[in-house]
Design a binder for this molecule. Structure first.
Ligand code: BG6
Ligand code: MG
Length: 219
């Protein structure tokens, strides 16, 4: 029997294709502030909190601003982002995700969300996936952002799971780092060159070869 009893999923870029909307919203802000912000720069923002992302963005633009302005800009970015995701639906769930979750649930695996996003519940509701999760830990529940392991440790705690029993699915470098410092098994979703600290990297949940590899973890 498998040593893994719990699966913890990141949300943005793992369950749903919201990473592109985060990028677009940050790009709107950079345009307004008058500097370039590329998709390559955006890799540094994946997985980390809104506030930390703003600090990195301002650093890229070579800007130093006071606290009040930072709060205003962070709210502005979120306003754009929420407008982008307002009409998001189950069509934007990434291929194979639902089938994979159903499959491992049928094996008795507990499922948790472990996301940095404060908009996670809104997204899960819009895509109709709330009921698939035994626990939801998001950006409103933790003080320290990924790469700190707090979010994953909290998810394991909510389910009464040992850390070593957990498998984390993540698309961001900061998320893989968080999973590894939590002492969990880390599956990278995406590119091996970016997610090199993961235990294994797969392209997604739909390819038959990838699917077999990740299902085997729980059998
Ligand atoms: C993560 C995203 O899941 O959530 C980041 O990968 C984002 O890009 C972070 O900044 C915080 O999200 P939100 O919705 O609280 O601004
Ligand atoms: Mg992500």
């Amino acid at each position: 029997m498998s040593e893994y009893k719990t699966a913890i999923f990141d949300l943005d870029g793992v369950i749903v294709d919201t990473a592109k909307y985060h990028y677009l919203a940050w790009k709107c802000l950079a345009d307004e502030l008058g500097f370039e912000f590329t998709e390559h720069d955006n890799e540094r923002l994946k997985g980390i909190s809104r506030r930390k992302s703003l600090e990195i963005l301002l650093d890229i633009g070579g800007m130093r601003l006071d606290e009040k302005t930072k709060i205003t800009l962070s709210e502005k970015k979120n306003g754009w982002y929420v407008a982008f995701i307002k009409n998001i639906s189950s069509k934007e769930i990434l291929p194979g995700v639902i089938d994979f979750i159903k499959e491992i649930r049928s094996l008795g695996i507990k499922i948790s969300l472990g996301s940095a996003s404060k908009n996670a519940r809104l997204i899960l509701q819009n895509i109709g996936m709330t009921e698939y999760f035994d626990a939801i830990v998001d950006g409103n529940c933790v003080l320290k952002a990924k790469p700190d392991p707090e979010v994953f440790i909290a998810a394991a705690g909510r389910l009464g799971s040992e850390r070593r029993e957990c498998v984390v699915f993540e698309d961001a470098e900061a998320g893989i780092e968080a999973a590894k410092s939590a002492g969990m098994y880390a599956v990278g979703i995406g590119r091996r060159d970016i997610l090199e600290k993961a235990d294994i990297v797969v392209g997604g949940f739909s390819g038959s070869k990838d699917r077999k590899i990740i299902e085997e973890l729980f059998k």
